[in-house]
Design a protein around this ligand. Structure first.
Ligand SMILES: [Zn+2]
Length: 244
């Protein structure tokens, strides 16, 4: 557990992405008294069930996002109004992200890894990287003062696995039940529309847990530039990843 209270912000391409991939971590941090926030770049309204109108489905997704965020213990949940499937990396979206980061001032940001087959996920990654970069520069004058994100991590998402390299395993066992209850607020995550999301992510948390000898775990990837660590001697207190 960190030595002081932190603010963790998770940013996903569609409602559902954060819940699936960062929800366990957010719940763990909230249970330990840290502040957590969620930003959904789009409502993911185009993945509507057959016969439903995407505008009406958007309203449902907003309600579901709010309900699960409440269960996770998040203090803020924003759904931006970019259309699903049409999220672009441009000056407007990068400045929007810069302003959001400066307003929310998170210590840690969780988002998509860049190697995704979904364009909205790749673009969310780029927008966070570029917006986060601008947010840290005092010379970029916006309404709020500069803010440097000190911990940036990419979550394990089945749609973003191209080149994804898990670097840290986090024990989230204490958060599992609450997280599962939060995910059940979403028709999509319950597996009633397409992919069996909750089945997949619950099984993944168990699998990652087995790898480090705990009931449930999640992995995150570090930005490649941050994987480099200077040490004077090789560590000998590192637990083996596989327990035999
Ligand atoms: Zn998505």
């Amino acid at each position: 557990m960190p030595d002081s209270k932190k603010h963790i912000l998770a940013i996903g391409g569609h409602v559902g992405d954060v819940e699936n991939t960062a929800g366990l971590l957010l719940t763990k941090y909230a249970m330990a008294g840290h502040r957590t926030s969620i930003v959904h770049m789009t409502a993911g309204e185009k993945g509507h069930p057959p016969g439903r109108d995407h505008r009406e489905y958007r309203e449902q997704r907003l309600r579901e996002a709010e309900a699960s965020a409440k269960i996770f213990g998040a203090s803020e949940c924003l759904v931006l109004d970019h259309p699903d499937g049409e999220l672009h990396v441009n000056e407007a979206t990068v400045h929007e992200m810069c302003d959001l980061i400066r307003r929310l001032r998170p210590d840690i940001v969780l988002t998509h890894w860049r190697g995704s087959f979904h364009r909205d996920h790749r673009n969310t990654h780029e927008i966070v990287m570029e917006g986060g970069f601008l947010a840290a520069l005092p010379g970029i004058v916006r309404r709020d003062p500069a803010h440097l994100i000190k911990g940036l991590y990419f979550c394990e998402n089945w749609e973003d696995m191209e080149g994804y390299e898990p670097n840290l395993w986090v024990d989230v066992s204490e958060a599992f039940e609450t997280w599962e209850r939060g995910c059940r607020e979403h028709q999509l995550l319950r597996g009633e529309i397409s992919f069996k999301y909750l089945d997949y992510y619950a099984a993944l948390a168990r699998k990652r847990g087995c790898e480090v000898g705990v009931p449930h775990a999640v992995t995150v990837s570090l930005p490649p530039v941050s994987r480099k660590r200077r040490v004077d001697w090789l560590p000998v207190d590192t637990e083996p990843v596989l327990i035999f």
